[in-house]
Ligand binder design. Structure first.
Ligand code: UDP
Length: 456
């Protein structure tokens, strides 16, 4: 822990699991660098704050109706939260800035998905840094929207799905999110250039090309300081979970052979229909490999939990499969028994898998997941992507490729090398280590900007 800097930072996470985790991890990292931390959070998806007694928390009332809070369409949820949170956030931030304390606020660090933070920060003359919780490669794809439109890739045409987007190779047309996602992304992409910095949970060796593109595009300081959860040792265990973690899976993994288990989780938002759920279940059972499967309540549309499984299915597994509602994922991936991660390729899951050297089976669902999966299979070559959707023959073949064939060994070798790189970049002199030092200096320099702006 470094000497206290006598400066406060205000962080404002977007209230989804994949956004809260990295923001809180960043908060831990900056706290260890001597900053005091204030977190402003919404009532919606409010998390357990007791794991972070060293932070100060302020909640704002988002006033979402029951149906708005239950919204499954991510873009609609985004728009409800943006419509409801702007004013309470402004009031909370203004009150914090005017409270008398010996520790001045150096800056606001927020998630670009909240589209009002630029105007609020500007009106209060507070510098604002963005934390992009997705990868740099998918961010570069989002920012290429005008080009993609000009070149006719968007709107997406069925007949061109398998075509490679020459300008973003090896990304294919089918990896591009629908136009409405691009349009939503444009709101935050536009604001980015007015911010005072862009923090990424990635590292140079992994996404050098995309980071260079982003630097060229936005002309603001870019700080790739990831992987966050490896940067601050306690960060991984203190990630706030919106669902309670079932730790029974760790003792179950303890009974399994090294590299023998398929870990299956599709993150906090993706959902499957009943037919797809059964296809997954049969593929896992047919593979005869031990599996740990996270079936989050809500994963299967229209079902509470495991009801669609045929009766007797679980008993027929003879203990080869273990199913939980939510797992301590980082710990699971670090467990020596885990040999393959079947993932939806949310950015956090992708990075966590790389950091533990675990090969992936990729089944992306929406948003940035398709681009992440394309990078996993075609750029880093550390996983295989299911190209046909959720079909048991393809899934079983992917499991065999990774667990039994030479190709699987080669993939394991490559991902182990990335794991080593991820560790090296955090060591003294490494790229993320230096970027973090740069971020700390940059934040301290922003404070004088704030003082100057306030006196104008
Ligand atoms: N996660 C977890 N337990 C689970 C499944 C996921 O702790 O059973 C965590 C995972 O480690 C990651 C986050 O939830 O940090 C999911 O983020 P990601 O970007 O992968 O996907 P999203 O949920 O945003 O789609």
């Amino acid at each position: 822990m470094e000497q206290r800097k006598g400066r406060r930072l205000i962080l404002f996470p977007f209230p989804l699991q994949g956004h809260i985790n990295p923001m809180l991890e960043l908060a831990n990292i900056l706290h260890s660098k001597g900053f005091s931390i204030i977190i402003i959070h919404t009532n919606f998806n409010s998390f357990n704050m007791s794991t972070h007694p060293h932070f100060t928390f302020h909640s704002i009332s988002d006033d979402l109706s029951e149906s708005q809070a239950a919204e499954k369409d991510l873009l609609l949820l985004l728009s409800h939260l943006n419509a409801k949170c702007g004013e309470p956030f402004r009031e909370c931030l203004a009150a914090l800035l005017s409270s008398v304390t010996e520790e001045p606020v150096a800056c606001l660090i927020c998630d670009p998905l909240f589209d009002f933070t630029q105007s609020v920060a500007e009106s209060l003359k507070l510098p604002r840094i963005l934390l992009r919780t997705g990868g740099a490669s998918s961010t570069a794809v989002y920012s290429a929207f005008p080009l993609l439109k000009e070149k006719g890739y968007i709107p997406i045409q069925e007949s061109r799905l398998e075509e490679t987007v020459t300008e973003l190779s090896p990304v294919k047309v089918k990896d591009l999110p629908p136009e409405r996602f691009f349009k939503a992304a444009q709101a935050f992409t536009y604001d980015t250039k007015f911010s005072n910095g862009y923090v990424f949970n990635t590292f140079e060796d992994l996404e050098q090309h995309a980071l260079a593109t982003i630097r060229k595009e936005f002309h603001i300081p870019v700080f790739p300081i990831g992987p966050f959860h490896k940067n601050f040792p306690a960060a991984s265990s203190s990630s706030p979970s919106l669902l309670s973690q079932d730790r029974s899976c760790i003792s179950w993994l303890d009974t399994r052979l090294p590299n023998s288990v398929i870990y299956v989780s599709f993150g906090s938002l993706a959902a499957v229909n009943e037919a797809q759920f059964l296809e997954i279940a049969w593929a896992l059972a047919n593979s005869k490999q031990p599996f740990l499967w996270v079936v989050r309540p809500g994963l299967v549309q229209g079902s509470e939990w495991l009801e669609p499984l045929p009766s007797g299915f679980i008993e027929s597994l003879n203990g080869i499969g273990h199913i939980v509602k939510w797992a301590p994922q980082k710990e699971v991936l670090a467990h020596q028994a885990v040999g393959v991660f079947w993932t939806h390729n949310g950015w956090n899951s992708t990075l966590e898998s790389i950091c533990e050297g675990v090969p992936m089976i990729c089944i992306p669902f929406f948003a940035d997941q398709m681009v992440n999966a394309r990078y996993v299979s075609d750029v880093w070559k550390v996983g295989v992507r299911l190209e046909l959707g959720i079909k048991r023959e393809e899934i079983e073949a992917a499991i065999r490729r990774l667990m039994m064939e030479k190709e699987g060994e080669e993939i394991r070798d490559r991902v182990s090398k990335l794991k080593v790189m991820a560790n090296i970049c955090l060591k003294q002199g490494g790229s993320s280590y230096q970027a973090l030092d740069g971020l700390v200096d940059h934040i301290l320099s922003l404070e004088s900007l704030f003082t100057k702006l306030k006196s104008q």
